[in-house]
Design a protein. Structure first.
Length: 160
């Protein structure tokens, strides 16, 4: 029963991370953010709100993915002795993608997002909003690619 709950949490975190990123970055972002426009982007704009909510959501999902994956591996360590050859090679590559996604999400959530947070208290940061949002979108797309690669490797590893 515990394995089923952990796998459910793991899969739901992956679904929310990938689905939320695809929705925010691929489907919604191009319709609400105009790169050619020179207007200042403030904290009440839709593009600011999308990235402001997306960054911590993906970070939280990645924490859940890492935590549930490690817990599952620790809980079922005796069953991993008889795995096919090559399992740990693919697992190592998957973990590299997970670490890359986690570090990029960490930088995006706590590094870039904090630069443009609380603009009412720090109005001097208003001119940094547009370039920071563009940088957050770029790092969000790389994070999405790393998470998708890790998810597909996890699906492949489930066959072992």
């Amino acid at each position: 029963m515990t394995d089923t709950i952990i796998m459910f949490v793991h899969l739901m975190a992956a679904a929310v991370a990938v689905g939320g990123s695809i929705f925010g970055l691929v489907l919604l972002w191009p319709h609400i953010f105009d790169l050619k426009k020179d207007d200042a982007v403030d904290e009440h704009s839709a593009s600011y709100k999308v990235i402001d909510l997306l960054a911590p959501t993906v970070f939280t999902c990645l924490l859940l993915l890492i935590g549930s994956g490690v817990y599952y591996m620790m809980e079922n360590y005796t069953e991993q002795v008889n795995l096919k050859e090559g399992y740990y090679n693919i697992l190592g590559i998957k973990l590299i993608f997970v670490v890359v996604a986690f570090l990029l999400s960490l930088y995006q959530t706590f590094g870039l997002r904090s630069k443009i947070a609380h603009l009412d208290l720090r109005p001097e940061n208003r001119e940094q909003v547009r370039p920071t949002l563009e940088k957050m979108k770029y790092f969000g797309a790389i994070t999405l690619g790393a998470v998708v690669a890790a998810v597909f490797m996890g699906i492949y590893l489930a066959r072992y």
